[in-house]
Structure formats: structure tokens, C-alpha cells
Write a protein that binds this ligand. Structure first.
Ligand SMILES: NC(=O)c1ccc[n+]([C@@H]2O[C@H](COP(=O)([O-])OP(=O)(O)OC[C@H]3O[C@@H](n4cnc5c(N)ncnc54)[C@H](O)[C@@H]3O)[C@@H](O)[C@H]2O)c1
Ligand SMILES: O=P(O)(O)OC[C@H](O)CO
Length: 342
């Protein structure tokens, strides 16, 4: 595989499981990576032990990873900065990055979410916080990618979207490995919506499992969930073909069927009768779909897009609708022609 940019100066911002897996992938490929980690004690421990014992235990990390607690060190003077923090802290973290970034740095977001207060996808939040950013140097990376599997070198495919083809191709070349196949795309909003909304549908899929419903139900949910993602995408100017790609159906199927998904797990526990507040209290990691459900609900109302599964998830999480009742309501909606909707 061609590795034309090994002299690139790369920073990674985010030391959760996905930040760790991607930083490790890059370092393993030969890049020296300055890597910002939020928790000072964790950065120190990783330097000493070469393991992220909080967010990706059991993976031996490359010596070329340089963990730091100083954001400036991870972003100043870099050719490419990968931002991979939970969506609700994206605004704070990128605002803090702003004064340290040089002109011309490529920014790649691998976070999946829609901000509650603004209903912006992560690239929108980044644009807000980095006013000097050249739009042609902004890319997003998304697709079926459980962090641990990627860190262990198990094959998958992902999409990198950027407005400018040169930027997408550069990011593709930086991240691609024989186990991490990267496709380019020019549809930022589609790639981001696929990655964000699938988390809401995955919560619903977990609920289906928690209620003890069957494989038919899960397949039906994935099918109709994809319809909702596509409808929202169309209203927001996405290319519908994106949703048949890795950031669409690829990630949706993974997260709706994979037991290790945090979103699926939280949905399953709610389906079994547990309370959201209790579940969130015991979670160190982020299940983005919980917050994104609120954003998708409001976005769909604002844009007049019909998204009944997403609305049901919102009402279960925030308005005490019982999951079983939600299934009944969804199944007894007005009958329709499948082809009329698209
Ligand atoms: N884990 C995966 O398999 C995976 C795969 C693809 C995409 N993603 C996306 O990547 C993004 C990051 O998730 P993750 O799984 O790496 O994280 P994680 O859930 O494993 O860990 C949480 C992270 O949040 C950080 N954090 C907590 N409070 C913070 C604050 N106030 N400021 C800055 N950082 C803070 C923690 O340091 C930690 O890095 C999410 O949008 C997620 O959807 C995750
Ligand atoms: O564990 P989840 O549910 O956050 O999903 C992780 C990734 O988004 C899968 O691609």
C-alpha cells in the first residue's frame, strides 16, 4: 500500500476508545502522533504502560504515540489533526484548539453526533469554532468501526468525506491500511448523518432485543430506520447513495446487531426495564444516541421530516413512553405504500 505522507505531522485529539484505536492505527502505520488526552493521570499512565486502561484496556499501544495533556502540543504546527471527542464536548475542545492551529491544517472529525443546542453536525460545530478554517481542509470519517476491532487489526471499510477531492484523497491515504479500507466521498452531511442517526436506531434495536422480540423485528427496524435516515438526509441536502455505503447501511447494520455497541446495550437495558438515569450514571463511555435522539427529534420537527422510530426513541428516553407501547404504536400507524415514501 502507498504511504506517501509518513513525514506528515499528525495530532489526535481524544483519548476515548475510538481516539485510542485511530491514534494507534496511525502510529502503527509509521506516523509519530502527538495525542491529547483529557484526563492528565491517564496520559501519564499511557506514557508509562502503553495501555489505555480506562477506554481500551488490553491493547498494547505503539511507542510512536506521544500522549499529552496539553492541547496545544497536539494541535500546533500540525499538517493534520484528527478530532475524536464526544459530540457534547466538541464545541469546548475545538474552541480551545483554535488559537493554536496553523493555517492549512487538515481537520478530520471522527465523532458521531448532532449538537443539542444548535442541531449542527460535528463539522458544523467545528466550522463555528474554527472561523479561520479553510472549508476545503475539513473532512469527516465514519463507517462500521468498533474501536477494539480496529485496534486489533480486524478488517473493515469506512468513508472519508470532504468537499475537496484532494483533501479526501489525502486523508484516505493517511488512514488506509490493509485492514482499514477507506473510501472517499464528497457528501459531508450524508456521512455525518449516517453516523449520528444510526446511534438512535441502534438504541431502538437494543430495545427490541431487551423486550425479547425476534430477528424479524430487528430486520424490520433496520429497514425502516434506514428510511428515516435517508429522509432526513434528503431534507438536509445529502446524496441518497451515501446511505447505501459504509457510513449508512454499513454502520447501521453493525450497531443494530453488534452486542458490543454502547447504544445497542443501553437500549437493551431500557427494554429490560432499567432507567436511563441509572444507566448513564454507571457509564464512563459515551452512548451518543441518547443525546442525538433529542437533536434528531427537534431536527425532524423543524424540517417536517417523518421519523416515527426516532420519535419513539426520544419519547421512551425523555417522556416515559413504555417501549412495548412504542412498538404497538409504530406497528399500528396508517398503512402505506412502501414506494410512495422516497
Ligand atoms: N468507540 C467506538 O467504537 C467508536 C467508533 C466510531 C466512532 N465513535 C465516536 O467517537 C467519539 C468519541 O467516542 P469514544 O468512543 O472514543 O469515547 P469513549 O466513550 O470511549 O470515552 C469518552 C471520552 O470522552 C472524554 N471526555 C469526557 N469528558 C470530557 C471533557 N469534558 N472534555 C473532553 N473530553 C472529555 C474522555 O476523556 C474519553 O476520551 C463519539 O462521537 C463516538 O460516537 C466511537
Ligand atoms: O458502541 P457504539 O454504539 O458507540 O458504536 C460505535 C461505532 O459508532 C460503530 O461504528
Amino acid at each position: 500500500m502507498v504511504q506517501p505522507f509518513l513525514d506528515m505531522r499528525i495530532g489526535v485529539v481524544g483519548g476515548g476508545s475510538w481516539g485510542t484505536a485511530l491514534a494507534h492505527l496511525l502510529a502503527d502505520k509509521g506516523y509519530t502522533v502527538d495525542w491529547w488526552i483529557y484526563e492528565p493521570d491517564l496520559a501519564q499512565r499511557i506514557r508509562e504502560t502503553r495501555e489505555n486502561d480506562l477506554f481500551l484496556p488490553g491493547v498494547v499501544l505503539s511507542q510512536r504515540l506521544m500522549p499529552t495533556n496539553e492541547l496545544q502540543k497536539a494541535v500546533a504546527g500540525k499538517d493534520l489533526v484528527l478530532v475524536v471527542v464526544p459530540s457534547h464536548v466538541m464545541r469546548t475542545v475545538t474552541s480551545e484548539m483554535a488559537p493554536h492551529l496553523q493555517n492549512g491544517t487538515i481537520i478530520v472529525s471522527a465523532s458521531k453526533g448532532i449538537e443539542n443546542s444548535t442541531l449542527l453536525t460535528m463539522s458544523g460545530v467545528i466550522r463555528d469554532c474554527l472561523p479561520n478554517l479553510d472549508e476545503d481542509r475539513l473532512a469527516v470519517l465514519s463507517g462500521p468501526s468498533f474501536a477494539r476491532e480496529v485496534a486489533l487489526g480486524m478488517p473493515t471499510v469506512v468513508s472519508v468525506a470532504a468537499r475537496e477531492p484532494d483533501c479526501a484523497q489525502k486523508v484516505q491515504a493517511v488512514f488506509a491500511t490493509p485492514a482499514f479500507r477507506v473510501y472517499t466521498n464528497d457528501d459531508l452531511v450524508g456521512v455525518e448523518l449516517g453516523g449520528a442517526v444510526k446511534n438512535v436506531i441502534a438504541i431502538a434495536a437494543g430495545m427490541v432485543d431487551g423486550l425479547g422480540l425476534g430477528l424479524n423485528t430487528r430486520a424490520a427496524l433496520i429497514t425502516r430506520g434506514l428510511t428515516e435516515i435517508r429522509r432526513l438526509g434528503r431534507a438536509m441536502g445529502a446524496n441518497p447513495r451515501t446511505f447505501t455505503g459504509s457510513a449508512g447501511v454499513g454502520d447501521l447494520v453493525l450497531t443494530c446487531t453488534g452486542d458490543v455497541s454502547r447504544n445497542h446495550t443501553i437500549g437493551k437495558k431500557i427494554g429490560q426495564g432499567m432507567q436511563l438515569a441509572d444507566l448513564l450514571q454507571e457509564m464512563r463511555m459515551v452512548a451518543e444516541g441518547v443525546k442525538t435522539a433529542r437533536s434528531v427529534y427537534n431536527l425532524s420537527l423543524r424540517l417536517g421530516v417523518e421519523m416515527p422510530i426516532s420519535h419513539a426513541v426520544y419519547r421512551i428516553l425523555y417522556e416515559q413512553l413504555a417501549p412495548k407501547e412504542a412498538v404497538y404504536q409504530l406497528m399500528t400507524r396508517d398503512l402505506k405504500n412502501e414506494l410512495d415514501e422516497d
